[in-house]
Design a protein around this ligand. Structure first.
Ligand code: NAD
Length: 326
């Protein structure tokens, strides 16, 4: 099979490319950046999703498209870029794929379409109402509509995967990492809250600063620790490949992520013990993050079985942490 992977230089895309090449498939990447993969089974188109000429070249001669690339930003200043990449870009890639008579199109959506951090019921199933509260979540919902429309008006099979939050294990204990840095490390979190304009949260966090690098356990204003899914990239790749190949995936919509959510009150003490960093607890204003999303449909329909629970990811994260400290 010749497969186009968009977002081929990204976290999930790059890993999926490698898995496909290892499986003997011909793979083309499509990204703003090179994936840096030197292999006879791989070629790439460097360009933007909303560049029609690049999208046509990318889709030409492919049997399937895994549209995993997107722009992720929650900054107001990135709004136009966000809609160009995720909405207009998705429309143009879809049209190019349909014109190239691609057999299957898999779309990486997000739990932010519900959104997971303000659920109406839990566990969140695929039937949960979709009322995104962030522009990023809205771009993913619009992307889903575009995918469903194209599935209706062309012969292309479509699959929508609503991705869980996803990390490489090595990111969990990296204060520089885009998501895990401000999620678990105090100073990156202060900076993030300042950038978001959340002065009250930034002040509370700053008041807890012990004057040296520290981990932070965030809880809501009533002292309830945050809880959310964090899924390993390798498990996400497994789900993406099932969506690509499984007969029963066609036309489906699936939550894709770890089976159990991560309870921050359980993992932060382990992270502190593993790293020797002090652990502070800060209660932030508001309801906080506390959700559980069901992956039952993808497990029962496609046989998805995640292999990387958080404690296994953490073992790997601490090995990387130790190397970085040396
Ligand atoms: P990533 O940011 O690591 O990779 C995305 C890639 O898309 C990057 O290589 C980037 O260069 C490319 N890209 C962005 N805008 C582009 C454009 N206009 N034209 C061409 N290429 C462009 O993301 P990831 O973590 O691998 O996520 C993969 C998918 O899963 C994305 O669609 C993302 O929205 C979705 N998702 C991710 C998470 C998560 O926690 N990582 C959660 C939910 C959904």
């Amino acid at each position: 099979m010749k497969v186009l992977v968009t977002g081929s230089a990204g976290r999930v895309g790059a890993f999926v490319v490698r898995r496909l090449i290892a499986g003997g498939h011909q793979v083309r990447g499509f990204d703003l950046r090179s994936a840096g993969i030197e292999d006879g089974g791989f070629d790439e188109v460097i360009g933007a999703f909303d560049d029609r000429e690049a999208a046509i070249r990318a889709c030409e001669g492919t049997d399937a498209v895994l549209h995993l690339g997107a722009f992720m930003s929650w900054l107001a200043s990135d709004r136009d870029k966000l809609f160009r990449a995720n909405v207009e870009g998705t429309r143009i890639v879809l049209e190019a794929a349909a014109a190239a008579k691609v057999g299957r199109f898999v779309f990486a959506s997000s739990g932010e379409v519900y959104p997971e951090n303000k659920p109406e019921f839990q566990p969140i199933t695929e039937d949960h109402p979709k009322k995104p509260l962030s522009p990023y979540g809205l771009t993913k919902l619009l992307g889903e509509e575009l995918v469903t429309f194209q599935g209706r008006v062309s012969s292309m099979e479509t699959v929508i995967l609503r991705f869980s939050h996803t990390q490489n294990a090595s990111e969990l204990l990296d204060p520089e990492s885009f998501f895990s840095g401000p999620r678990f490390f105090l100073r990156p979190k202060i900076e993030q809250q300042e950038n978001f304009g959340n002065k009250a949260a930034a002040d509370l966090l700053r008041a807890a600063d012990p004057g040296r690098p520290a981990l932070v356990l965030t809880r809501n204003e009533e002292g309830r620790p945050f809880r959310m899914h964090i899924t390993d990239t390798r498990d996400m790749a497994q789900g993406v490949l099932l969506a690509l190949t499984h007969q029963k995936a066609a036309g489906g919509i699936f939550n894709l992520g770890a089976t159990e959510p991560v309870d921050f009150a359980q993992i932060l003490p382990v992270m502190a013990q593993m790293t020797g960093l002090p652990l502070l607890t800060v209660d932030l204003p508001g309801a906080g993050v506390w959700y559980h999303t069901s992956n039952q449909r993808i497990r029962e329909t496609l046989g998805f079985e995640p292999d990387w629970p958080i404690m296994r990811m953490l073992d790997e994260a601490v090995a990387e942490w130790t190397i970085r400290q040396a």
